[in-house]
Design a protein around this ligand. Structure first.
Ligand SMILES: [Cu+2]
Length: 145
């Protein structure tokens, strides 16, 4: 009964912080060992790419979901130089709501009300997309128009 409540509270905060740092270190180490993808290491060649659909407004649209510990579809094919509107459906949650394509400078935090990122890929090639922590293993395949 001698321990003050505030002391116990700070002890808990300290333990949580240490646990958090430990988990984070393991995640980073895992990413280095496995070459980036923490969750899925499916070979890109084995993934069937989903084509974005170009609308009458000239925007190519695709819906992104989540399943089997990865974004779904895990590979999306778009045309270079045409705006892409990528919408996350309701299966995309948690940290997977923070969506990044680092090589194309794309970053989006999907929220309840804002679930679409629009960008124009200006380089052709295959670019990895993940959550901001590097989880998931998606590919954006940008082809010449
Ligand atoms: Cu994550």
């Amino acid at each position: 009964m001698s321990t003050a409540p505030s002391y116990r509270w700070w002890t808990r905060v300290g333990i949580l912080l240490m646990a958090g740092v430990t988990v984070f270190s393991f995640v980073r180490a895992g990413q280095k060992m496995w070459g980036g993808g923490m969750v899925s290491r499916a070979a890109p060649a084995s993934i069937t790419a989903t084509n974005a659909v170009i609308g009458a407004d000239g925007i190519q649209r695709v819906t992104l979901g989540f399943g089997r510990l990865n974004y779904n579809p895990a590979a999306i094919r778009v045309r270079r130089g045409i705006p892409v509107a990528l919408t996350a459906d309701r299966t995309v949650g948690g940290c997977f709501s923070s969506f990044v394509i680092p090589e194309l400078n794309v970053w989006k935090q999907f929220s309840e009300t804002d679930r679409t990122i629009t960008f124009t890929p200006n380089r052709s090639g295959t670019f990895r997309f993940t959550c901001a922590m590097g989880m998931g293993d998606g590919r954006l395949i940008v082809e010449e128009s």
